[in-house]
Write a protein that binds this ligand. Structure first.
Ligand SMILES: Nc1nc2c(c(=O)[nH]1)N[C@H]1C(S)=C(S)[C@@H](COP(=O)(O)O)O[C@H]1N2
Ligand SMILES: [Mo]
Length: 307
C-alpha cells in the first residue's frame, strides 16, 4: 500500500513553478541577510552589463565570498572583516587622489572616477597565497580605461595603490601586523592589461565593506594580496613602488606575486589549492589559468628570482 505523506508533495506541484523559484531565491537572500545584516543594508544593486569574460566553473557562494575574507585593517581572522567592517567603514563620500607621473593629477570623487564608464560583470578565479581559491562574479571597469584619463607620461613605469588607513574606522590597524597604510603596485603594462579590473561590486551588488568597498583592484593572475581594497590613492611612479607584504616579509612576498605552482612559498607548497566549498584540492594553474593572456608580459624574466 502506498501511503502518501504530506512531505511527498513537492512545493512545485501545489505552487506555480515561477512563484516557487522566486520563493527559493527570496529565502536564500534572506538567509544571507541574517548572516550580515548591516553589510547588506550598505550594498545596493548596480547597473551593469554581462561581460564576455566568464568561466565554466562553479561560482563560490555569495555567503562565502562575503564572510571568508582577508582585510587585515579589520582583523587577521577570516571571519573578522564581515563582523567588523560593516557599519564601521564609511564609504560615502569617497575620494581618490591621483598623483605622480601624469598630465592630469587630482582629487576625484567616486562618481567622477566610475560614472563615465560602463560597468561590466567578469567572472574570475581568485587564488590566495594561502592556497585557497574562489570564483567570483565581479562588477567593475577595466583599470586601463580609468588610468588613461589621467594621461600618464613616459616616466610612468609603475602604478602604486594605497588603502585608507583610519584607526577610527579600522580597528585592525592598531596592530602592527603590517606597516600601514596597505600599499600595492603593478608595472604599467600589468596595470594596462585588459584583465586588470577596478571592481565596485560582486554578484550584481555594490561591494560590501569586507570585500573592499567602494573601489578595489582585481588582478586575477596574481595572488590575492595584490588585489588591494578600499583604494584612496593612485600614484604613477618611475621606480618600483614598495608593497605592504613585501615590506613585512620580503623573503615570502615579492613584487610580482604571480600565481606560480612551480615556486613555493618558503613555508608551504603552491602546487595545489583548495577551492572554497570543495573537499578535494585541485592543481594550481600557472598564472592562475590566465597564462594565454598574461605570460607574454614576463617573457625573458626569471620568475623564480622575481617571484
Ligand atoms: N587593504 C587591504 N587589501 C587587501 C588585503 C588586506 O588585508 N588589506 N588582503 C588581501 C588578500 S591577502 C586577499 S586574499 C584579498 C581577499 O579579497 P576578498 O576578501 O574580497 O576575497 O584581498 C587583498 N586585499
Ligand atoms: Mo590572500
Amino acid at each position: 500500500m502506498l501511503i502518501r505523506f504530506k512531505g511527498d508533495i513537492a512545493p512545485s506541484e501545489i505552487t506555480d513553478q515561477r512563484l516557487y523559484l522566486d520563493r527559493r531565491r527570496f529565502l536564500a537572500l534572506s538567509a544571507a541577510a541574517t548572516m550580515f545584516p548591516v553589510g547588506r543594508a550598505e550594498a545596493g544593486p548596480l547597473d551593469y552589463a554581462k561581460g564576455a569574460i566568464t568561466l565554466d566553473e562553479k561560482m563560490t557562494t555569495l555567503e562565502a565570498v562575503t564572510t571568508y575574507n582577508n582585510y587585515y585593517e579589520f582583523g587577521t581572522d577570516k571571519e573578522d572583516p564581515a563582523k567588523t567592517a560593516p557599519g564601521r567603514l564609511k564609504t560615502t563620500p569617497w575620494t581618490v587622489w591621483v598623483e605622480g607621473e601624469c598630465a592630469k593629477p587630482g582629487k576625484v570623487a567616486y562618481d567622477e572616477l566610475i560614472k563615465p564608464h560602463r560597468l561590466e560583470e567578469r567572472i574570475y578565479r581568485m587564488r590566495c597565497v594561502e592556497a585557497w581559491s574562489m570564483v567570483i562574479p565581479w562588477v567593475g571597469v577595466p583599470l586601463a580605461d580609468v588610468l588613461k584619463r589621467f594621461e600618464p607620461n613616459s616616466r610612468a613605469k609603475y602604478v602604486e595603490f594605497t588603502t585608507l588607513a583610519d584607526p577610527e574606522q579600522m580597528p585592525g590597524i592598531r596592530s602592527r601586523v603590517l606597516d600601514w597604510p596597505y600599499t600595492e603596485g603593478l608595472r604599467m603594462d600589468e596595470a594596462m592589461q585588459p584583465l586588470t579590473l577596478l571592481a565596485v561590486g560582486l554578484y550584481g551588488q555594490q561591494l560590501l565593506p569586507q570585500n573592499g568597498a567602494p573601489i578595489r583592484l582585481v588582478v586575477p593572475w596574481k595572488y590575492g594580496f595584490k588585489s588591494i581594497k578600499s583604494i584612496v590613492k593612485i600614484r604613477f611612479t618611475e621606480t618600483q613602488p614598495a608593497t605592504a607584504w613585501n615590506k613585512s616579509a620580503p623573503r615570502e612576498y615579492g613584487f610580482y606575486s604571480n600565481v606560480n605552482p612551480a615556486v613555493d612559498h618558503p613555508r608551504w607548497s603552491q602546487a595545489k589549492e583548495r577551492r572554497i566549498g570543495e573537499f578535494l584540492r585541485r592543481e594550481t594553474l600557472p598564472f592562475n589559468g590566465y597564462a594565454d593572456q598574461v605570460a607574454g608580459l614576463y617573457a625573458g624574466m626569471d620568475l623564480k628570482a622575481q617571484f
